[in-house]
Design a protein. Structure first.
Length: 204
């Protein structure tokens, strides 16, 4: 069905409509689009509009790309908590970067951040992680723009350690409060054993 729709996209097979100038100067037949999400013609404009919308949110300054992920052992927990788990992942990631960049040693200011959750790799392997765009600078308490104190935004080992601690803490608290559904054959007692290796990070 999808192949047929994409084949017939913007052809007479899809039907159409006539576009006319009110004064009769121009008349044109426009064939309908299939609107299938996999159609390269239809998805092109939707993708461009989506990108343009997000670009408007970016501050006009250099950015760093930070990727935060969790170990394979926690994938089942994500599968049973498709809304709660990403929320915790977002919170742990944003809090990690805010805490570190608030330190005068690294930035001493509040940066701009834009985060997105990905649940799969390009090969469709299960891999929950977040991508965060972070401005290469931020506003201090006096509203003045500050730039990173070091050659990079943050040292990767520092981000990894901080993120791992926050992710483990937030997950364990959520489990203790009953806010997460545990996978079969898993108990709250078993969970902390898998959590200590909870995160890796990459920055660019």
């Amino acid at each position: 069905k999808a192949a047929e729709q994409m084949r017939d996209c913007r052809t007479a097979a899809m039907g159409g409509h006539v576009v006319r100038c009110p004064n009769g100067h121009v008349e044109k037949v426009c064939y309908n689009a299939c609107q299938h999400r996999n159609c390269p013609l239809c998805s092109l404009m939707a993708r461009e509009r989506w990108l343009a919308n997000w670009k408007e949110r970016l501050l006009d300054c250099p950015h760093h790309h930070v990727t935060l992920t969790v170990p394979h052992e926690l994938v089942p927990l994500w599968q049973y908590n498709k809304e709660a788990f990403p929320a915790i992942l977002f919170r742990a990631g944003i809090d990690t970067l805010r805490d570190l960049l608030d330190d005068e040693k690294y930035l001493g200011a509040v940066p701009g951040m834009l985060a997105g959750f990905h649940s799969w790799t390009q090969t469709l392997a299960k891999h929950p992680h977040v991508h965060i765009l972070v401005t290469a600078g931020g506003l201090d308490e006096h509203g003045r723009w500050q730039t990173p104190k070091k050659g990079c935004l943050l040292p990767v080992p520092v981000v990894m350690k901080k993120f791992r601690g926050k992710m483990c803490d937030y997950l364990n608290k959520a489990v203790a409060k009953g806010e997460l559904t545990l996978p079969p054959d898993t108990t709250a007692t078993d969970f902390p054993e898998a959590a200590p290796s909870a995160a890796t990070a990459g920055t660019g």
